[in-house]
Ligand binder design. Sequence first.
Ligand code: M6R
Length: 614
Amino acid sequence: MCGIVGYIGNQDAYPILIKGLHRLEYRGYDSAGVALINPHGQLNIYKAKGKVSELEKFAEDKDISGHIGIAHTRWATHGEPNQVNAHPHFSESEQLAIIHNGIIENYALLKEGLMQHGYTFRSTTDTEVLIQLIEYTQRTSKTDLRTAVQLALNQVVGAYAIAVLDKQHPDTIVAARKGSPLVVGVGDNEYFLASDATPIVEYTDKVIYIEDEEIVLLKKGEEPQITTISNVSKTPEIKKLEITLNQLEKGGYAHFMLKEIFEQPQTLRVSMRGRVNIDRDCIALSGFIDNRERFLNAKRIIITACGTSWHAGLIAMYCIEEFARIPVEVEYSSEFRYRKPVINKDDVVIAISQSGETADTLAAIRLAKDAGAFIFSICNVVGASIPRLSDSGCYTHVGPEIGVASTKAFTAQVTALIMLSLCIGKEKGTLDNESYLRILRELGNIPDHISKVLQQNDRLARFAQMFTYAQNFIYLGRGYNYPVALEGALKLKEISYIHAEGYPAAEMKHGPIALISQEMPVVVIAPHGSTYDKIVSNIQEIKARQGKIISIVTEGDTQVTEMSDFCIPIPKTEECLTPILSVIPLQLLAYHIAVAKERDVDQPRNLAKSVTVE
Ligand code: M6R
C-alpha cells in the first residue's frame, strides 16, 4: 500500500508529483504529502490528511517551486492517518526528507537506540525512525547519502520502497526497495520514480524496474547508479513500457470501476489473443508448453491468492480437477505462508494476483520456491514482483485496473485458469477431445456473451435503487458458481459497505437460513448446469421463508425465473464458463447500489488496491 513518486529534471516538479499521486491514489488515500527543494536550496514539506485533493488545497498558497521532489499518498500502517504522520518525514535536522511504502518491523528497537543518542520524534510512524537512522548514519560515518542509506537499510527488518532527498544535494534522489515495488522512468535529462509505471507513462516509455535490496542513485545529467544493499554494483536494464495513457483515464465513464466492467468483452479478447486459436482448434499457453512435464507430472496443484484472486483460484479447483484430474488445494496466501504447509518438489504452485505485488502471495510463493515447488503465476501487471519470482506464468493483459474493486482482472484470471486446465487435461488425456474442442470454441463466444449481459446495465441500475435500504445480503451458488457467490458478496461489501455473505447454496440449511426474512435479499446464481435441480430446491426453502430472490439464470429459464422477484438472464454457455458471465450482473449490481448510496466507488474507505503489507 501507499504510493510513492519522485521527479528530478528541468521541469517544475510539483505538477508532475501531484499528477503522479492522483494516479497512485488507488494504493492508499488517507493522507498525502510532498517535499520539494526550491531553487534557493530550501527543503519544503507540505502534508494534509485525506485525499490528494486536500493536499492540493493546502499547498495552494505555498512555495511549490523546485525541479526536484518526492511525494506520497498513504494507507496507514503505523500511526493514525493525520497530518503529522503523513509522509514525507523530515530528519531531526530537517536536512533530509523521506517517503516510504512498507513497514519497518524493528522500528521500536531502532527508535530506542536513536532516542538514546538524543533524537526526538514528531510522528508515531516507523518511517520517521528510518530517516533519523539515515541521518544518524550519515553524521557518524561521515559518509554520502547513498552510503548512509545503504548502511541504514542493513539494520532494517521489514519491507520498503523509499526515496530520500538531501537539501545539501539538490540534484540527487536516493531510492531503494525491498518487498515494495519501485520503478524509475528514464526521460531526457530527467528521471521519474514511482510505485508503478502509471505516473511515468505520459513522460517516457523507458523504465528500469528496481529489484529487491537495490539502491538507485538518480543524479541530474548522469546515468542511474544501482548498487545492492551489500554494495555490489548492478547494470541498469532499461525496459519498454506496455501501458498507454488512455488506459489510465475514465474515458467518459462516471467511475473507473464502470469503465473496467464495460471493458471486459475487449479485455478477454486480448487475453485470449494468440492463445485460443479457433481455426486451428487449439490453445497455446507458452507458460504451459515450456513446462509441460512439470504440469503433467504434478501430484498436486496448490493455488495461492487473496481476495478476488482467491475466488478465481477456487473456480480453477473445479476445472482443473474436472479436466486434468489433479488434486487441487486453494489456499489463502496469508494462512498458507504461516501454517507450515507440506510442500513437495513435484507440486505445482499457482499464484494468482492482479497487482503481482500482494505481500502475502509473494511470501507464499517464496516459501513454496524454497521447498522446491514449481511456481506458475497468473498476474496482470507486467514486470511485477510475483511474475518475476515465478518459474513461469501467464499475464492476463487486461491493462491497468484502477478501481479498487477488481472486475476485469477476475474474468481474465478465470479465463486464463480455464485455458490452463484445458491444456493440462488435453495433454494428460484426462479430457476427451470432443469436450476440449467444444469448450475452446465456446471460449471464443464469451466476449460477445458478456456484451449481451452488459446490455442489462440500465435495468440493473433501476433495480439497484430498491436495495439501498438493505443491511445484509446473502449470495448463493453451487459448483462453479459457488465462488461467484463469494465474489458477488465481496464486491457488494467492499464498495457499498453493506454486509454480505456468500455461501454454497446447500449450506443454508446448516445455519444461515435462520437469517432469512422479508428484509433479506438473497442473490442466487442458478444457470443451467449439473446442480440446477439442486439449487431450485434451495430456492424453494428460501421462498418458504419469505426471502427476496434475485436470480442469475440462463436465457430461456422458466423454473427459477418464476420463483424470483428479479431475474437477470445470461446467455447459455459451457458450465465451466458460466462464472465469467454470471459475475457480470453481480459487478453491476454492487456498482449501482454503491452509487445509489453515494459511496466512493473507486476508492472505498479503508481499502487500497495493492496490498503490499501483511
Ligand atoms: O492484486 P491481487 O490480486 O493480489 O489482490 C488481491 C486482493 O487484495 C484483491 O483481489 C481485493 O480483494 C480486491 N479489492 C477485491 O475487489
